[in-house]
Design a protein around this ligand. Sequence first.
Ligand SMILES: [Zn+2]
Ligand SMILES: [Zn+2]
Length: 239
Amino acid sequence: MKIAYDFHIHTAASPCGDEYMSPNNIINMAKLNGLQAIAITDHNTCANCEVIMKLGKENNLLVIPGMEIECLEEFHCIALFPDINTAKQIEQYVQAHMPNMKNRIDIFGHQSIMNEEDEVVGEIERLLLTASGISAEALFEQVRNVGGVIYPAHIDRNSYSIISNLGFIPDELKIGTIEISKSASLQMYKTKYENITIIQSSDAHYLQDISEEGNVIEAQSVCVADIFKSIDDYYKRHI
Ligand SMILES: [Zn+2]
Ligand SMILES: [Zn+2]
């Protein structure tokens, strides 16, 4: 079946995420846009995933816990996890390898933790917008080891992308999936990367940026296990 998705959505926990990127607003906008599955991918944290997963369940919308992780090579990767516990495990691992710098709210913005009433219940003190110091190879291995999937984010962009930073996709990473931005040409990337699954997500930092129905992935059913089978197919066939 075809599943309408958006697997790259920030919340107010990301310093660059708008304050209106709250749990209920994200769920409501995704439902309004006809999406069936979304992933919450804040920078180097999964602090708001659990509450949004709960609301998703109540609203018949699959919410996959995820993170946008910056590796040592300074490009962004989207990691999606089978459940919240594995997400937290990798969050700990990533944060242990990040410089322990305090966020400057006046420069970077708030990093808000929210509850299911959309109230701010906490502020993440350490700065999340930093490289993790973990090589891409080690990061990919760790995420796959816990049953997650991982792929390079917005490869069409001029900054923080695998192509802008390395110039190519290294074989060692056994990449089966790449992400392109909302504005990139899906057809062009399909032609360029024939054997690779291409995910086109919004990288929404504002509510109005969340994808409208249109990006679809083929999977057997709307569940994490089936969606992961579609996402990392190439990698599984080559190990
Ligand atoms: Zn990014
Ligand atoms: Zn992002």
